[in-house]
Write a protein that binds this ligand. Structure first.
Ligand code: MLT
Ligand code: ZN
Length: 439
């Protein structure tokens, strides 16, 4: 986004876990702070140095160690690019359990460290479930080896979970064992129009009930998002041109039998049209059209990024009240900015973005802290899948209570007593007041 600019004067590019270990041992002894950096595609400034931290680039740790086609377990180093891994496991009939717009450059280590979500979450769940083992270099250089490939293991504390979503503040992930599901043999996508947000919710409920195990993505975008993507890029075209509706859904199914999936999907579409949940729809006729549907969805954040000022929020909010926040925000900012709502509706993950020609104090104060306060009131989380990074390190208190934040500080102090690992990220600086937790 060009929003975070670092000042680091030194970057190191280790090739092995041993080298990472020696780097951290040296930095810890000399009180030198480090910032781990993967594909640098994060949206909250987590991989950008704040002052003069040493950048530890993970790019050369890019080896695939093994793939077991029977168990579906991939073992690889942290610097492997997500798209490369997906291509590699495809040869064994498998796929990565996560997929996101940045797949061509993001690293699996960064995905794990931010607990990235993306578009396959609805079907394959969180990395807290898919990651079976990790190798992590701790602040003092010690290598924590919990790189197991077991689906089940109840021996003691599940230490790897601490590092999933820790954004490199507790240790540097150097390798991972990941469970990869079978690659679907049949894929289908439909682009649907709904008159109201409650119709979107009705469609989601129906999709879960009627499509069951083949439902693999349920993404929504409002008309403002669709118009922006279509208006910005020539190759983004709405499959429902001229549709007057306010909301659109990209629904994907993945399964093992094309005829069976088609039958289910068409029965669902007929019933949804008949009940009035959807008012129109288009089904992708082939792989090219399926890609074109996804291009619309991926075009939204890209088109937002062409604006000079971008206020970007990634929120978890109960689905029933999710869109109210977009409407409230639109009313607050008025014609000072353009407000859009889209996201992974199936996972309760709203992407609320406000874009304008320039940043201004007036606009900022209309947006924040309102967006965080309202999210907290609705029982949501201020970060669903992008992490806290430096953007939201002082916002954790909107979602987590004092006892949780205190325990996090204790964990941080125990694992990184000198505070050399990715400082100023995730947790507010000690002594800094976090927003109050009323409820
Ligand atoms: C997305 O779902 O498109 C991503 O999380 C990125 C974004 O909102 O910009
Ligand atoms: Zn997202």
């Amino acid at each position: 986004m060009g929003k975070y600019k670092g000042e680091g004067s030194l970057a190191v590019r280790p090739k092995t876990t041993e080298e990472v270990s020696r780097i951290l041992k040296h930095c810890n002894e000399r009180n030198l702070a480090v910032v781990p950096q993967g594909g640098n595609t994060g949206l909250v400034g987590g991989s950008v140095p704040v002052f003069d931290e040493i950048i530890v680039s993970m790019a050369r740790l890019n080896e695939v160690k093994s793939i077991d086609p029977l168990s579906g377990v991939l073992v690889c180093q942290a610097g492997c690019i997500l798209q490369h891994l997906d291509d590699r496991v495809a040869k064994e009939g498998l796929m990565m359990p996560l997929d996101l717009g940045a797949k061509g450059s993001c690293h699996i280590g960064g995905n794990i460290s931010t607990n990235a979500g993306g578009i396959r979450y609805l079907r394959y769940g969180s990395l807290h479930g898919s990651v079976l083992g990790l190798e992590v270099v701790l602040a003092n250089g010690e290598v924590l080896d919990v790189l197991q490939s077991l689906r089940k293991d109840t021996t003691g504390y599940d230490l790897k979970q601490l590092f999933i979503g820790a954004e490199g503040t507790l240790g540097l992930v150097t390798a991972a064992a990941i469970h990869c599901p079978p690659r679907p043999k049949a894929k289908n996508a439909t682009f649907l129009a709904c008159a109201t947000f409650s119709k979107v919710l009705e469609t989601f409920r129906k999709a879960k009930a009627d499509l069951g195990e083949i439902l693999s993505a349920f993404e929504f975008l409002d008309k403002e998002s669709l118009d922006l993507a279509v208006g910005t890029y020539e190759d983004v075209k709405s499959p429902l041109p001229g549709s007057p509706e306010r909301f659109y859904v990209l629904l994907e199914t993945s399964g093992s039998n094309e005829d069976h999936d088609n039958e289910k999907l068409h029965a669902f579409l007929e019933a949804a049209l008949e009940s009035g949940a959807i008012s129109d729809g288009a089904v992708a006729q082939d792989g090219t059209q399926l890609k074109a549907f996804w291009r619309i969805r991926e075009g939204v954040p890209e088109a937002l990024n062409t604006h000079k000022a971008m206020y970007k929020y990634d929120l978890s909010i109960p689905q029933s009240t999710m869109y109210g926040l977009v409407e409230d925000m639109r009313a607050r900012v008025g014609d000072r900015a353009y407000t859009v709502g889209y996201g992974h509706l199936g996972d309760g993950n709203l992407h609320l973005n406000v874009v304008a020609d320039a940043y201004s104090e007036e606009l900022t104060s209309l947006i924040e802290p309102f967006v965080y306060e309202r999210t907290a009131e609705l029982g949501g989380s201020v970060s669903a899948e992008h992490g806290l990074g430096q953007m939201k390190a002082d916002c954790i208190g909107y979602t987590k209570g004092d006892s949780a934040v205190s325990l996090m500080r204790l964990v941080k102090k125990t694992l990184d007593p000198k505070g050399i690992l990715n400082p100023y990220k995730v947790l507010p600086l000690p002594g800094e007041v976090t927003p109050p937790q009323d409820s």
